[in-house]
Design a protein around this ligand. Structure first.
Ligand code: ATP
Ligand code: MG
Length: 233
């Protein structure tokens, strides 16, 4: 088991946001966390990454208790979070943004610039452009590429398709499937249900801070009732 989230309760100040959220991701899986605006997807990701540690409940990474650990320690252990607001360095070029994110591991299949540019050829073309001069789609790609430079085992992707043109959404789906083939484990938060289901093996539906459903992609596709109730699609 790569990731186990067990009955977590997360708060912002006095606001109780997550109510006993549980989910599991096995090694090599792509699992999506689906939910509407404000459902609790980002809060779940941030809880895992130690940015908003849960007040109750447990999180385990490769069977090790990591609840409430500092984000940088989790990054060192091999978890990488790509937030929906990207946070790339505007004054650095694309290439520099990638270089500073490099983290050496003892793994054999390390990510380096060459491999990154194979996955995202469009980034190679804009290697010397400043981060601040990129389009939304280019920034999204760079944010994911940067996370990969840290050689993570588990990638937490928060709404990667948000604001992307349909052609880029499809490109991203292909990139996610290549990552899966490369052995990466992914937890994908999405409002874009169709896209997420194309990339995933299994999925969870979160609504009002609670997991309402989980199942295989096939089960999620067939269950119109649940999708209409919690996802409005
Ligand atoms: N910093 C914060 N302080 C207080 N409340 C917050 C904060 N961030 C989020 N919330 C609230 O927590 C709830 C869950 O928000 P969250 O961002 O986790 O949802 P989400 O599923 O990621 O939504 P979206 O699809 O819009 O990104 C919402 O009601 C939101 O208003
Ligand atoms: Mg969010």
């Amino acid at each position: 088991m790569m990731l186990e989230v067990e009955e977590i309760h997360t708060f912002y100040g006095l606001s109780h946001i997550l109510f006993g959220v549980s989910l599991k991701v096995e090694q090599g899986e792509v699992v999506c966390l689906l939910g509407r605006n404000g459902a609790g997807k980002t809060t779940t990701m941030k809880s895992i990454m130690g940015l908003t540690p849960p007040r109750r409940g447990n999180i385990r990474f490769r069977n090790e208790e990591i609840t409430g650990r500092q984000p940088y320690l989790l990054a060192r252990k091999g978890i990488s979070y790509v937030p929906d607001d990207r946070r790339i360095f505007a004054d650095l070029t694309v290439g520099e943004n990638l270089e500073i994110a490099a983290r050496k591991t003892r793994g054999t299949e390390e990510w380096d610039m060459e491999r990154i540019y194979e996955l995202f050829p469009a980034l190679k073309d804009i290697e010397s452009r400043k981060g601040g001069c990129l389009s939304g789609g280019e920034q999204k790609m760079l944010a994911i590429a940067r996370a990969l430079m840290g050689n993570p085992e588990l990638l937490l992707l928060d709404e990667p398709t948000e604001g992307l043109a349909p052609v880029l959404v499809h490109a991203l789906e292909e990139q996610i499937s290549k990552l899966k083939n490369a052995g990466l484990t992914v937890l994908l938060a999405e409002q874009n249900v169709r896209s997420a289901l194309r990339s995933s093996d299994r999925g969870y539906i979160i609504d009002n801070g609670q997991i309402r459903y989980h199942g295989s992609v096939g089960e999620l596709r067939e269950n119109d009732e649940v999708r209409k109730k919690y996802l409005l699609v």
